[in-house]
Design a protein around this ligand. Sequence first.
Ligand code: HEM
Length: 346
Amino acid sequence: MARPNFFEHLHPPTIPAREARFGYTFGLGGMSLLLFLSLIVTGVPLMFVYVPTAVSAAESIRTITFVAPYGWLLRNLHYWAAVLLLLTASLHLLRIVFSGSYKKPRQFNWLLGFIILMLSLLLSFSGYVLRWDVDTYGALTVGTHITQQVPLIGNWLYRLLVGGADISDTTLVRFYTWHTLGLVVPVLLLIGWHAFRVRRDGGIAHREATAVSGKPARISRRELVQREGVAALAILCLLFLLSIFWDAPLAPPVTPFAGPLAETSHIAAPWFFLWIQALLRLWPPLWAGVVVPLVVVLLLALLPWVLDRREDGTAVWFHPSGRWAQIVVGAITVGIIILTIVEWRQ
Ligand code: HEM
């Protein structure tokens, strides 16, 4: 028998067939991992051309897009990998909720996964700021001022993010360092820990490994790696198609230090924060920008402890024991989607 290759070594010799069914996990965790790695592979070459100073940042993005050989493709791949990562990781979260896979002993891995998703959102926001154009400058101004609303530590948080009293070169250097190092390294380590915990917790949640309609109860890791290869190819094809046909956004550059919002005719939050921008039209910043997002984050982070502590119904789609968790997560998802669409159409 052939010796296992590198990818096969990452898996146990055999796994229950039900765990490996694409129709159960949809390969969303693996796709998220691949997209995160794609972000590193496409991000490092971008660092050779991008200049993190207020006067040159927007110009260097134009150099990447219009002058550097295949720079446009690299930038588009980086942009679309970031979009797809947030989508696949969020869908992965929904799969975990609606199949009850967050239950004992996987509560801790739920928390790890959720922290990875939150850090991925911050990674995307910090990347958005690096464009340093009128859209991103406006979002940065609003976003950093929202932090001032946080009771007690607001001003400290603002100065920590911005690097002084006002947005300046220091702000850009800070966001650049968070984006290329300060967030990437922790996310990489956390993904490794998350994957380790999947095995430690007994593999992907499953009821029992009995043979279904004559199919084997367990499959070999070779077969699993082949299936993962097909899912990887599919997501890479989608990534390339999006990148070839749809360009990453580019708005006019902002004149550095023109004063908060002086140059920006409108505020354009990145797509994943449009729902907060919609709330900001309805409620004061403390509620729309701090209280509501914080409640959503805490409810989701603590879901296995607050909304459903029972063990039964693990790995069963829409099991009644997880009703509250399903209703709350379903309502949050629908709310975010509706607010995003409403704000998009403004
Ligand atoms: C970049 C982000 C993420 C990556 C790369 C990732 C990766 C993975 C992988 C490869 C698996 C194995 C099963 C599968 O593919 O579905 C998995 C399982 C799991 N993930 Fe994630 N994940 C991420 C985000 C999340 C998030 C946001 C959550 C929830 C808040 C989460 C919670 C879990 C849990 C509880 C399991 C075990 C589920 C089971 O046994 O069926 N993960 N993750």
